[in-house]
Design a protein around this ligand. Structure first.
Ligand code: ZN
Length: 308
């Protein structure tokens, strides 16, 4: 496929403050989170996943969800999303409904991963989401439904594409305005991804936004992003600094780095609206907070400079 067929513009949702911060062994100070999110919201990013309403005893890293939402200062046009695990999480989120714009909900396409992640069967999760999604919509929120392990499961191996798309259609029918497909433990390959997103577009129709969420567990995240892009996907999720992972199994590593994705897209002439230099400043700032080097390549090498 020639570069001429790539979309002119894509949307990127920064998920580091949720997917990233929840996977750090240390709890990051609330003031640091607020400072980093405020900085991210001033890079040109228009979508940011700020936090999650998972129970604090399950996820102490994000127990300060309400404080973070109340503390940040979003510029006009920046959409704040929160992750909602279940009905109880939605109740807690809607108590501060004025502090966010979008809800993310999720289930896994594999029974074993779903059971280990949220201790429910897929059918139970789907029933729960059919209650959560309409209430979130009624509260005026957009809803992204993410299907984890869409491209493979660390416990079950192959996950049939038809199974994933069946779930996606059910979630669309329940009212989800956006469907996200997660390669939770980095098992996807570009050939699989290209076929998958073409089929997803076809199955879901033009009304629903389709979003790709890749992890770089085996170094194939950017190749998968390009494959999704070539299949017409124009919405991506990524984490600054390559933060992130998955609670189960242990050792599942980060999302694709936002700065690596943005660098690749800009070099191919695909617009993101994001200032790469400012985004790199954010990754430098989070590396300082965490006190460790991060996985991002562009953070180490710097942006491509054609004018030397
Ligand atoms: Zn993720």
């Amino acid at each position: 496929m020639s570069a001429g067929t790539l979309p002119a513009r894509v949307e990127i949702r920064e998920v580091g403050p949720r997917d990233g911060f929840q996977n750090e062994p240390e709890v990051i100070a609330t003031a640091d989170k607020i400072r980093l999110i405020d900085q991210l919201m001033r890079t040109g990013l228009r979508r940011i996943e700020v936090t999650s309403f998972v129970r604090p005893d399950v996820l102490p890293q994000l127990a300060d969800n309400t404080e973070v939402l109340a503390g940040i200062d979003p510029p006009a046009g920046v959409s704040r999303s929160v992750l909602i695990p279940n009905e109880r999480g939605l109740d807690n989120a809607l108590a501060v409904a004025e502090l966010f714009d979008e809800c993310g909900v999720f289930l896994s396409a594999s029974e074993t991963h779903n059971k280990r992640n949220v201790n429910r069967t897929i059918a139970e999760s789907l029933e729960g989401l059919k209650a959560v999604i309409p209430r979130a919509l009624e509260a005026g929120k957009k809803v992204e439904a993410v299907i984890a392990t869409s491209f493979g499961c660390p416990y079950e191996g192959h996950v049939p594409q038809e199974r994933v798309l069946e779930l996606a259609v059910a979630l669309r029918d329940a009212g989800a305005t956006e469907l996200g497909f997660g390669d939770t433990t980095g098992m996807a390959n570009p050939l699989q991804v290209r076929g998958f997103f073409a089929a997803a577009r076809e199955a879901l129709g033009p009304e629903v936004e389709v979003t790709a969420h890749f992890h770089n567990t085996r170094g194939q995240g950017l190749a998968n992003a390009l494959a999704a892009l070539e299949a017409g996907c124009t919405s991506f999720e990524s984490s600054f600094g390559e933060l992130g992972g998955c609670p189960v199994p242990k050792g599942a590593t980060g999302n694709i780095a936002s700065e690596d994705l943005i660098s690749m897209l800009h070099e191919m002439g695909v617009d993101t609206g994001i200032d790469l230099g400012k985004l790199l400043d954010c990754s430098r700032a989070v590396a300082e907070v965490l006190g460790r080097p991060l996985g991002s390549h562009t953070l180490v090498a710097g942006p491509v400079d054609w004018h030397r």
